[in-house]
Design a protein around this ligand. Structure first.
Ligand SMILES: [Zn+2]
Length: 123
C-alpha cells in the first residue's frame, strides 16, 4: 500500500495564513503588515472607517428560468476613507494577480467610475 502524505493546509496560492497585530487572519504576510500599517495610520487620524476584507456586490443575485443565480462579489483587502485626499479608498495587496481578480477589479472600477471620491489602490 502506498503511503499518502498529506500536505499541511494552506490558503490559496500556497501563501501561509498570516496574523496581524490586531489578530485578523490575512492571506499573506504582506497583507498582514499592510493591515498593521493602516491601523497606525488610522490612529494618527490620516484615515478613518478602516475595514478588513470588505465585500462589494458586483452583480446582485437573480433568478433565471426559476433557478436562483448567486451574486458576484468581490472581497478586497481593505477599505477606508482618506481624510487627507478625501477619497473613499479600496485597497488590494494582491501579490499574484489571477484572471479572476483582474476581472473583478475591472467590474468594481466600472461600477464606481462616476464617483470622483473613489480610488482603487493596489499596494
Ligand atoms: Zn489585520
Amino acid at each position: 500500500m502506498p503511503v499518502i502524505l498529506m500536505a499541511p493546509k494552506r490558503s490559496k496560492y500556497f501563501s501561509r495564513v498570516a496574523t496581524c497585530y490586531q489578530g485578523h487572519k490575512h492571506d499573506s504576510i504582506k497583507e498582514a503588515r499592510r493591515c498593521d500599517e493602516l491601523n497606525l495610520i488610522e490612529k494618527a487620524g490620516d484615515i478613518k472607517w478602516l475595514k478588513q476584507q470588505p465585500i462589494f456586490t458586483l452583480q446582485p443575485k437573480f433568478r433565471y428560468r426559476g433557478k436562483g443565480i448567486r451574486a458576484i462579489t468581490y472581497r478586497a483587502d481593505f477599505s477606508y476613507y482618506d481624510t487627507q485626499s478625501k477619497m473613499f479608498t479600496v485597497e488590494d495587496t494582491k501579490g499574484y494577480k489571477t484572471e479572476k481578480y483582474q476581472m473583478k477589479k475591472k467590474l468594481l472600477i466600472f461600477k464606481m467610475r462616476d464617483r470622483s471620491d473613489f480610488l482603487f489602490l493596489e499596494t
